[in-house]
Design a protein. Structure first.
Length: 149
């Protein structure tokens, strides 16, 4: 199975381990291009945080056509894995970009996996409506679970 991973860029180093584990399980894995750049050492997580704070990250995303580019990755994948960790004081946080990518995947009628639980946020109902499959941290369940709700 080909799996696209979406994740807050703050957790890029964590998804390197997830990618490795999924590949060991026989999957092909795609991660966001900015995460790839971070892992190659071309930019740091701190650089990205600074860009988000000063408002210049949008320029990077526009220049890279990041949203459309990753939509194409999702379209060509079999499933989406949302690597949702605690962030901003919210357990199992799912941010705006991840929510969009979940929406793309849902419209494409592909399975959406959450690494961790469904967060309690202002758009929890929208997340639930997409019927993500909650893995509770167990990547070996990908492809074997049907629904989380």
């Amino acid at each position: 199975m080909t799996i696209a991973i979406c994740v807050s860029l703050d957790f890029t180093h964590e998804i390197a381990a997830i990618k490795k584990k999924l590949e060991e399980l026989g999957h092909q894995v795609n991660i966001p291009p900015t995460s790839e750049a971070i892992l190659r050492g071309e930019v740091s997580v701190d650089d990205i945080r600074r860009e988000k704070e000063d408002g210049t990250f949008a320029s990077r995303s526009i220049e890279d056509d990041a949203i459309r580019r990753y939509w194409r990755v999702i379209k060509d994948s079999d499933a989406l894995l949302v690597a949702n960790y605690d962030k901003k004081g919210i357990k199992d946080y799912i941010g705006g970009n991840a929510l969009m990518e979940m929406g793309f995947t849902h419209v494409l009628e592909k399975p959406i996996y959450l690494l961790n639980g469904i967060p309690d946020m202002g758009y929890t109902d929208e997340i639930k409506a997409m019927q993500p499959i909650v893995l509770h941290g167990d990547l070996s369940k990908i492809g074997f679970l049907n629904k989380s709700i």
